[in-house]
Design a protein around this ligand. Structure first.
Ligand code: ADP
Length: 307
């Protein structure tokens, strides 16, 4: 079992109001993995993270973190996890170095080790110059880095991030992606929840999708992307169409006279499509993906259940 960073068996959570938030979940997260946990609102992601980080009590099931059972080896299991919650929850008036040192103290590091670990984290997260500043003086991106620095100070093996890039601009998001890849490359196992499927596709090696408290997909990212056999494109035409084009074997719809949406399956390529259009003297000016492939599949998988 210990080659998994996280092993979950038959995990259930029923809240007092009888809502079944997790319904017999089984999941493995391998050591060193970068794991995406996706699901629509209300799927059970926060409940699952809450149980892993001992903020929420489970109703039934087994959870092992780096081989430590959360029921029988609670403190060992807890010390293996670093959590980056969605909301900033530090004291905005305390200097960064103190925020991180107190967290290290909370995990039982003595003063000297806490100071060393805090300084090390500030360097790693590129916050050293700001160590005497307070969070109020930081940019949004720096605040997020502070949350990560604090989560890493006790050197956990498993880092859990709950929507780390929610509401940040694209530049900060990209630099977060770089940072998280680097942390993963240095050997930390990472689990993240995100609403940005592009984020999961870019960063993660494995993916689980939960919906209504059940795991509906649990596979490698590569495997999932390979299975996505449909991709939709929007084609912008040079001239207005005179009639409906003949695109046998393609699903398509006319958005307007100069725009067509075409869905490709595994059997057909863009080359096939362009040849057909070319034969009918239809010139394509530009083309774009309708949405990210993972997004399309996610919508298909969950749309008929989540209303
Ligand atoms: P997600 O994080 O995927 O949006 P949650 O874990 O927050 O999902 O919620 C899963 C389900 O449990 C939802 O139906 C939600 O309304 C319910 N729920 C969450 N927290 C509580 C709670 N403290 N008491 C009762 N029901 C809850």
């Amino acid at each position: 079992m210990t080659e998994n960073a996280l092993t979950i068996r038959g995990l259930n959570k029923v809240y007092k109001n009888k809502v079944v938030a997790l319904d017999n979940i089984d999941l493995n997260v391998g050591m060193g993995d970068f794991f995406a946990l996706l699901g629509p609102n209300g799927a059970g992601k926060s409940t699952l993270i809450g149980i892993l980080t001992s903020l929420i009590n489970k109703s039934a099931g087994k959870v092992q973190i780096m081989g430590f059972d959360i029921d029988t080896h609670f403190s060992c299991a807890k010390s293996q996890i670093g959590l980056v919650p969605q909301e900033f929850n530090f004291n905005s008036f305390e200097p960064l170095i103190e925020i991180i040192k107190s967290q290290a103290g909370y995990y039982g590091l003595d003063r000297k080790s806490a100071t060393d670990a805090a300084e090390d984290c500030l360097h790693k997260l590129d916050l050293w110059d700001k160590r005497k500043h307070t969070p109020r003086e930081l940019s949004g991106g720096m605040k997020r880095r502070l949350m990560i620095a604090r989560a890493l100070v006790h050197d956990p093996k498993l880092l859990i991030l709950d929507e780390p890039t929610a509401g940040v601009d694209i530049e900060v998001r990209r630099s977060m992606w770089e940072l998280l890849s680097k942390i993963n490359g240095e050997g930390k196992t990472i689990i993240l929840t995100t609403h940005y499927l592009e984020e999961a596709e870019n960063l993660c090696k494995s993916i689980a999708i939960i919906d209504h408290g059940k795991v509906i997909i649990d596979t490698s990212m590569g495997n999932l992307l390979e299975k996505l056999n449909e991709e939709s494109f929007i084609l912008y035409l040079q001239y207005p169409l005179k009639g409906t084009p003949i695109l046998k074997d393609f699903q398509f719809k006319l958005i307007n006279k100069k725009t067509i949406e075409v869905t490709l399956t595994n059997q057909k390529s863009l080359f096939d499509l362009f040849s057909l259009l070319n034969d009918q003297d239809i010139t394509v000016l530009s083309i774009r993906n309708k949405s990210n492939r993972l997004e399309e599949m996610f919508i298909k998988l969950t749309s008929n259940k989540s209303n």
